[in-house]
Design a protein around this ligand. Structure first.
Ligand code: SER
Length: 608
């Protein structure tokens, strides 16, 4: 059964049973700032679960598009997708357990109206009870009356069988349905059942949640005014089961897309192909719902997804750039009946994908150049001199995952007739890389804890942009007023930057205009900003700017703003952080130029 038929049957089944079919809400929640995306079918329906009357009535069915990006690193295996569709039927204070469970069973097993699955391959779980609610006897009895043998009904704790979208909102016990995809599993003890689920011989296909409770700050505080049903059946999972596949990547949902990616690639790599397919599909849906790659909130997630897709494509030597339109074409064709806004936005989607590709590819190429440079040093080649710090830097500065770095390094090595890095060495690098990562996360958690004290998360992005503008401004001042201009102090708030610099007279309007024009020209050129680590002596030799009177350690970090062709427009000793590209800055304007102290001037400037 193809996915189109599954959708059709699901909606028809519930329509016949008094449900109004409603369209999917957009991926970005309309009135709920607590989440970036709809991560479950229930999210857009929260107000109605809490009691507000829904204009379509008390019985609703839909197929809701969802995005979850919490476990991006798992994507590529059989079960993870950043985008998925949830088929659901809803009772908003209308029917409850008996109807919900009976209909789920009927839809799963009916050959005429449903999926025609074999009842003897079904297993179910129910809530075992805790201080919030008792063992769900009612569901057990209903399942038994439908013919599910008692020894295939398992009572599990809240971790498995209590569903809530977060710390606040409607929630309740659930009963989940599982299917033996091998057809050979038979009776299982509870322990064996849990094992079989882990092995993916038995997989979860539907979840009926009985939402009659409410949570506040992580605690169940009591019952809601009405008893609701929220059911969720993942279209991806169900399609895989119906087509006898281990994963949705092998079903009609992905077939054409993956085939195209394979055709465009020179190397076969199942995991990377799946990553590209998943991320491109999600990006297309996000753009069709109005998200644009950027450095904040939803736009940042989209950017990350696209960059991961581009990197994965790069590892396959895929010419993704010229072929985005072909991938978009496939996804739009596949989904346009359910989501007409894909077709309407097709050109915009292609344009945004290409724009982001061009932006990122420059950075990627710098990273590849860096790897080549590392091989310029003979001794490094012979001693596998690429240490984990360099690999980690390639990750941080250029977004190169370890896998990609090693692939590129091996390519260079075999070009030079050297043996490629074997499994053992890869393992050593991996361990060191993980250590660096853990350390880095610890550091950034500490600093973000400080950062968010002020309140707004936005605060950070604005100041980062102003910080990069600050570097451009110093370089521009030196161009216009002379190399002897030195930084004497600085201060950045969310609204503006301030620089104190050595200069002994008021700037003319002409000079101020020149400085502004230079900075804005550099923003427009879209220059790459790069962080390098080097010894203090090396940094001095490079002529990096440092602030008078500041003490630096032996190893320093230097930020370079690369010129378009060669050399650097700006180089400064600096701990960061900065934007990756000057194009992210906006329009630069000097607001004030005044005396600060004897021989020191002060400029305040903004980005608009
Ligand atoms: N809210 C439940 C889930 O996402 C059922 O739809 O699994």
């Amino acid at each position: 059964m193809r996915s189109e038929e599954i959708r059709k049957r699901f909606l028809a089944f519930f329509e016949k049973r008094g449900h109004t079919i409603i369209p999917s809400a957009p991926l970005v929640p309309q009135n709920d700032p607590s989440v970036l995306f709809n991560t479950a079918g229930m999210q857009p329906l929260v107000p109605y679960l809490l009691g507000e009357p829904h204009p379509a009535g008390k019985r609703i069915a839909n197929i809701q598009k969802c995005v979850r990006t919490g476990d991006l690193d798992d994507i590529g295996d059989n079960r993870h997708f950043s985008f998925f569709e949830m088929m659901g039927n809803w009772s908003l204070g209308d029917y409850f357990k008996k109807e919900a469970i009976s209909w789920s069973y009927e839809f799963l097993t009916s050959k005429e109206e449903g999926l025609g699955l074999n009842p003897s391959q079904l297993y179910v779980t129910v809530f075992e009870g805790d201080e919030n609610a008792p063992l769900d006897m009612e569901s057990i009895e209903i399942w038994k009356s439908l013919g599910i043998p008692e020894n295939r009904i398992y009572a599990l704790p809240a971790d498995d069988n209590w569903w809530s979208p977060g710390d606040n909102g409607p929630c309740g016990p659930c009963t989940e349905m599982f299917y033996d995809v091998t057809g050979k599993v038979g009776d299982l003890t509870q322990e064996q059942f849990i094992e079989a689920v882990k092995k993916e011989d038995v997989i979860e296909i539907w979840n009926d949640v009985f939402m009659e409770y409410e949570k506040k700050d992580g605690k169940v505080i009591g019952k809601l005014a009405q008893r609701n049903v929220d059911t969720g059946a993942g279209l991806e999972r169900i399609t895989a089961v119906m087509q006898g596949k281990k994963t949705a990547y092998e079903t009609d949902l992905f077939e054409e897309l993956i085939q195209k990616i394979q055709k465009l690639s020179e190397i076969k790599n199942e995991k990377l192909e799946r990553i590209i397919a998943d991320h491109i599909r999600t990006s297309i849906f996000l753009i069709s719902d109005g998200v644009i790659p950027s450095s904040s909130a939803q736009g940042y997630i989209l950017r990350r997804l696209l960059r991961r897709a581009i990197r994965s494509g790069h590892a396959l030597i895929t010419n993704v750039s010229g072929n985005y339109n072909q991938l978009v074409e496939i996804v739009v064709n596949k989904y346009q009946v359910s989501y007409p806004n894909l077709k309407e936005n097709k050109n915009k989607i292609i344009l945004e994908l290409e724009k982001e590709f061009d932006k990122f590819i420059n950075t990627l190429e710098l990273g590849l150049k860096k790897i080549k440079e590392l091989f310029g040093k003979e001794e490094d080649i012979n001693t596998f001199g690429l240490n984990s710090a360099i690999l980690f830097d390639l990750y941080q500065t250029y977004g190169f995952p370890l896998e990609l770095s090693i692939e590129e390094i091996n390519r260079e090595r075999s070009n030079r007739g050297l043996p490629v890095l074997d499994e053992q060495l890869r393992k050593i690098y991996q361990e060191q890389f993980n250590k660096n990562m853990a350390e880095h996360q610890k550091l950034s958690q500490t600093s973000s804890a400080g950062m968010f004290k002020g309140g707004l998360a936005n605060h950070n992005e604005k100041t980062i942009r102003l910080h990069t503008a600050h570097h451009l401004l110093l370089a521009a001042l030196q161009q216009v007023l002379g190399k002897e201009v030195k930084q004497r102090g600085s201060n950045i708030t969310e609204e503006r930057l301030r620089i104190d610099f050595s200069f002994d007279r008021k700037m003319t309007d002409e000079e101020k205009k020149q400085v502004e024009d230079i900075v804005n020209a550099k923003i427009k050129e879209g220059l790459i900003v790069e962080r390098c680590e080097m010894s203090k002596a090396e940094a001095e030799k490079l002529g990096a700017e440092m602030e008078f009177g500041t003490k630096y350690g032996d190893m320093v970090s230097v930020y370079l703003v690369h010129n378009k062709n060669s050399g650097h427009f700006s180089k400064e000793f600096c701990g960061g952080p900065h934007v990756g590209n000057t194009s992210e800055l906006g329009i630069f304007k000097i607001q004030k130029e005044e005396a600060s102290s004897q021989g020191v001037r002060r400029i305040k400037a903004t980005l608009g």
